[in-house]
Design a protein around this ligand. Sequence first.
Ligand SMILES: NC(=O)c1ccc[n+]([C@@H]2O[C@H](COP(=O)([O-])OP(=O)(O)OC[C@H]3O[C@@H](n4cnc5c(N)ncnc54)[C@H](OP(=O)(O)O)[C@@H]3O)[C@@H](O)[C@H]2O)c1
Length: 259
Amino acid sequence: MKQNILITGGTGTLGKQIAQQLIGKKYAPVILTSRENAVVEEGAIAAFGNLALGTGLQEAAANADVIIHCASNPRNSAEVDIQGTEHLLASIPSDRSPHIIYISICGVDQSSYVYYQNKYATEKLIEKSRFPYTIIRITQFHDFILHRILVPGSNERESVIELPDNMSFQPIDIRDAAAYIVKCVEDKPERTCVTLGGPEIFSIRELANTYLTRAGKKYAIRDTAVQNDFYNIFRSGINLTPENRAGTITWAKFLQDTL
Ligand SMILES: NC(=O)c1ccc[n+]([C@@H]2O[C@H](COP(=O)([O-])OP(=O)(O)OC[C@H]3O[C@@H](n4cnc5c(N)ncnc54)[C@H](OP(=O)(O)O)[C@@H]3O)[C@@H](O)[C@H]2O)c1
């Protein structure tokens, strides 16, 4: 019999992809959303609730055999990630013991960046809970490199792309990450933390050069030495996991499919 699956963050970048792959396997996942007007994938069931406020969670989690927990808010992680996870775990009926699959980030255990510390604290809540769990620490998504790092740095008027220097990434495609997570749904939970990285490691310049070529933009790349906890993560190497290369979708393939 198919398991009942709740996806928190099922309207987000990764969560939508997970929902699509589960629906393709004939699951009908319940998707938690804090927005009353949110549209969920066809074949999924929307559940209105708010992790930070602790509302709507009992109804959403009532029948879950598996909870894929990928909701997060980097700008409000103490409330959404830490307190929201406390609320979520407390909302599970006492006679049920769903497999909690928590989506974390590679390097959260080694960073002073507040968001990473809060993700790490969230991992600990799950580890200490009574539930079987799988924590999956993932490297940056291709979408994150494109939309959060490269595009914000580009200045069309000056034909230049400004990038913090000396950063490296091992990006993974959300299609590959979701496939791994969907496989976990069918595996027996082992109360483990695993790390999942993309297939290739590149400097930010290499990623930018491939992007500019594929986008047909003749921009110059300008390094900036901006220092902050966020960019320093990607200079330190804690975001890389060379021994855990997974997935087959490369940066070039992602750009070809996306641009
Ligand atoms: N981005 C990356 O490169 C990367 C890399 C590794 C790991 N991760 C992790 O992967 C997970 C998914 O990331 P993403 O980039 O796909 O996220 P995203 O697109 O920013 O989506 C965030 C999700 O969280 C939900 N959410 C936010 N606040 C909520 C609240 N108060 N109550 C209920 N739901 C709430 C949102 O749902 P509604 O707006 O519908 O409420 C949305 O679906 C996160 O845990 C992130 O830390 C991300």
